[in-house]
Design a protein around this ligand. Structure first.
Ligand code: ZN
Length: 190
């Protein structure tokens, strides 16, 4: 299921649906790269198999061309090791809360096994995977760093701004924001 035609279709869907926005399992193509850039938050992350995930800072153009993603992407490298690539130019200048969120979001893709899911499966569940990774990220930051409404608002605004710059439809921007605030609420009876 990984022929050139399938890949082409997946890339189109990714581009069309926002999907690639914070990275995703879209456009999977392994490669070797440098280690993560110092000075940014790079939390310890393991995937669904318990493998340690490494970080690699790469040029934004490469992130878009090879991973069909902006800001960051979860993937496996040429050697098959799980990795989170991120835009070395843009990422350091983003708000701190948003940087943390993006890395937890990508780690969420690794934890959910999205990176290893068959291409055809990813095609049909793209939006759900993005929403699930967002949910994982905000709940993790709520539970480990005490992120609340203020931080979630900041993250939501940064995300919306980037999505609008990329001409993502407003319905998707709103759906993602709604999902974020819904996930922030503690589980249990209302
Ligand atoms: Zn994603």
């Amino acid at each position: 299921m990984n022929g050139p035609q399938t890949k082409k279709i997946t890339r189109f869907l990714c581009a069309a649906s926002l999907a690639g926005l914070f990275g995703s399992a879209c456009g999977i193509r392994p490669e070797t790269l440098k280690n993560g850039q110092p000075g940014t938050e790079l939390p310890h992350c393991t995937n669904q198999k318990g493998e340690a995930v490494r970080y690699a800072a790469i040029p934004g153009a490469e992130l878009q061309a090879r991973h069909n993603a902006y800001i960051a992407a979860a993937d496996r490298d040429r050697s098959g090791r799980p990795v989170i690539y991120y835009d070395r130019d843009i990422f350091p200048g983003l708000p701190r809360t948003f940087r943390k969120f993006v890395m937890k979001h990508e780690c969420g893709h690794h934890k959910a096994g999205d990176v290893d899911a068959p291409t055809y499966e990813v095609m049909f569940t793209l939006m759900d995977r993005e929403l699930a990774a967002d949910c994982h990220a905000i709940q993790n930051l709520r539970d480990t760093e005490g992120f609340g409404l203020r931080e979630t608002q900041e993250i939501s605004e940064a995300a919306a701004s980037i999505m609008r710059d990329r001409m993502i439809p407003e319905s998707i921007v709103e759906r993602r924001a709604d999902n974020l605030f819904r996930c922030l609420r503690p589980a249990g009876p209302p």
